[in-house]
Design a protein around this ligand. Sequence first.
Ligand SMILES: *Cc1c(COP(=O)(O)O)cnc(C)c1O
Length: 388
Amino acid sequence: MINQPLPSENPRSTRLHPETLAVTAGRPEPVADAPLNPPVVFASTYVGAPDTDSATIGYGRYGNPTWQALEEAIGALEGGRALTFASGMAAAHAVLELVPTSGVIVIPYNCYLGVAEAVDRRAARYRWQVRRVNVADSKEVLAAAQGADVVWIESPTNPTIEVADLPTLGKNLPSKSLFVVDNTFATPLLQRPLELGADIVLHSATKILSGHSDVLLGAIVTRGDDAQTFEALDAIRRSFGATPGAMEAYLALRGLRTLPLRLAQAQTNAQVLAERLVDHRGVQRVRFPGLPTDPGNELARRTMSGFGSLISIDLPDAKTADAFVEGCSLWVFATSLGGVESTLERRRRWSGELQSVPEGLVRLSVGIEHVEDLWADLAQALDRGLPG
Ligand SMILES: *Cc1c(COP(=O)(O)O)cnc(C)c1O
């Protein structure tokens, strides 16, 4: 299993649908009485081999059979080669390591807070020029990309749920800019950025890919023909040591097996809830690309195979939003997202959250519970906030 071929070379992975790959990818060759699925392997130390080369693991910071199984599965779903990390942020920092001193980086106005903070911190130290863009405006992104070393796009964005035109960006971005797409919200089931011209796909596998709110894990995927970027990121992981735990990799792969089912149910729930939230007079705005009124609707229809399981709603102010979150009981008040459990939070409760995110914005991560139970809980909490 350690030396299994890359997903792209693996005859079992090429023509299969994502639903099948999610179940089969990363499994060892079937051998009588061997476990069907890869077991969790705890090892810092491997027995030495006479020739230390890339065919051997060598040491626990360089590789692990359980990571490799998960990497095969994520790589097969995204259509590239995956490297897993201790967290989404560890993966993000590995990518940021590729931006040179005095480099130019393009990032979204609205994107995951931790990424925005990491860019700002490095920008000061390495004299980067940071250009912030609205990801939904391709002209703006393409103009900012001139001379950029890295163009970092998140789509849909966290927490404002804006959609970028990945096919247009992939076709028109300068070839010398590294095109990075944080695909955490869409997952490879809804869009595969590497096929659209991205050089690097980033995941917080903590979220929807793992799906059970019990794992911190990150992943980077590069194109099968781009050994240079893959090797650069592998070298960074080896050196920085932000490696995943074997248990985490095991749990993530186990979670990934049901990703298509979980996402399908969560997405169906999200569509129903978004349509009802639009009609509720306590809600000022619903941000969900599955609504015909959403600015991202036409684009998402054209470029994604689904609208995802994240909805953000704008309530009048922080006080109303906090009372709404507190008024829910089935929906769990929690940061993070993408679990089987529905969770919600007012994003600006974090003092570092970007000022462009409205004070009354509540992000809802829709789970797989019965949609009527989810709606009943939201509706009673919203109704309570209405002036009597
Ligand atoms: C959570 C998140 C991250 C960071 O991932 P961690 O696993 O929490 O380190 C990066 N990007 C997006 C879009 C996220 O939602």
